[in-house]
Design a protein around this ligand. Structure first.
Ligand code: AMP
Ligand code: FE
Ligand code: FE
Ligand code: ZN
Length: 315
């Protein structure tokens, strides 16, 4: 792949991997983190791919929480829309009472140990939401578990955003943010955790499934102090490939920390939107990954699950 290619569209905007303005430069727009209704996004996998095409994204990764259930629909849509597709997942990992998110690109969907772990997490997520709703209802928050289930798409990974969506549907609030500020935050008395692998094990699972592990938004404010350098070093030793440095939840300090750490540990730096449709304010392509980093990520995969290249998008 040529880094400079006349057929590429210019970056759609936002922070570039170098943090510099890019004006009329032509590069493929590479957004490696986005959600669909198969987890807590608000657009179906096909709608997500169409939205990416409309936003000028050349390479999109679909990375639903703890599931590959959106891959086939996204692949078909990518072919139709002329978008290059990276099939991925975002694994929730448990570490010291906090949640760390690990992106796994191009894993083998048929890998037994990884599939089993994801299934275990999804099952535990269901019972956990039911417990959260019971705690909230006991405190007078008007909500039934059936209303929450009505918000979870068929075969989708249930999560706290579906509780928020049920509260929007019954008129209690108007945006997911309000629910997270009031009742759904990590420090809320209604918060209940769910089964999740530890981050080092998750890296091992992604690697042994032929995939490429990258820590999602490693220094998000709610995680400060949790994801220490020593843990990232252990994850690197287990096969971690990159850090998602350029993300809405990171300011200049977090980017600087990620850059220093990546230099010391030999990790790649990626950028992505973490788009959730109407569920979050993140916009497609607001952060992007450099073409040479994308090339290195692909080269680090086993090749069992390939990047699906469209004929009309360049990379
Ligand atoms: P869970 O995986 O069920 O613990 O829920 C965490 C998910 O909630 C994350 O993946 C985020 O996408 C979403 N989330 C967290 N904070 C907010 C917020 N303020 N507004 C909308 N979604 C949020
Ligand atoms: Fe999410
Ligand atoms: Fe995340
Ligand atoms: Zn995400």
């Amino acid at each position: 792949m040529a880094a400079e290619d006349d057929t590429c569209r210019p970056y759609a905007g936002g922070v570039t991997p170098t943090g510099t303005a890019h004006g009329a430069r032509t590069h493929p727009v590479i957004d490696l983190h986005a959600h669909s209704t198969v987890s807590d996004g608000t657009e179906t996998p096909a709608e997500l791919v169409a939205a990416a095409a409309a936003a000028g994204v050349d390479v999109l990764a679909i990375t639903d929480h703890d599931t590959v259930a959106g891959w086939d629909e996204a692949a078909e849509a990518a072919r139709v829309q002329g978008v290059t597709l990276v099939r991925g997942i975002e694994i929730s990992c448990a570490w010291r009472h906090s949640s760390i998110h690990l992106l796994g690109y191009l894993t083998d969907a048929d890998d037994g140990p990884l599939a089993l772990e994801l299934e275990r997490a999804r099952e535990s997520r269901s019972t956990r939401l039911e417990r959260m709703v019971a705690l909230m209802a006991a405190d007078g928050i008007p909500l039934g578990y059936d209303e929450v289930l009505a918000q979870v798409g068929p075969g989708a990974t249930p999560g706290r955003p579906h509780i928020a969506d049920a509260l929007i549907a019954n008129g209690t609030i108007s945006h997911r943010d309000e629910a997270f500020e009031s009742w759904l935050g990590n420090d809320s008395p209604y918060y209940v955790g769910h089964y999740a692998p530890d981050p080092v094990r998750a890296v091992e699972l992604v690697r042994s499934a032929g995939g490429v592990p990258v820590i999602a938004h490693p220094f998000t404010r709610t995680r400060t102090g949790v994801l220490d350098d020593a843990l990232i070093e252990r994850m690197r030793d287990a096969g971690l490939v990159g850090l998602e440095a350029y993300h809405r939840d990171h300011g200049p300090e977090e980017v600087a920390r990620a850059t220093a750490l990546a230099g010391r540990l030999g990790l790649l730096l990626t950028g992505a939107s973490d788009y959730h449709g109407a569920g979050k304010r993140n916009r497609l392509a607001e952060n992007t990954t450099a073409p040479e980093v994308f090339e290195a990520l692909e080269a680090a995969s086993s090749g069992v699950t390939e990047v699906l290249r469209s004929e009309t998008s360049s990379p």
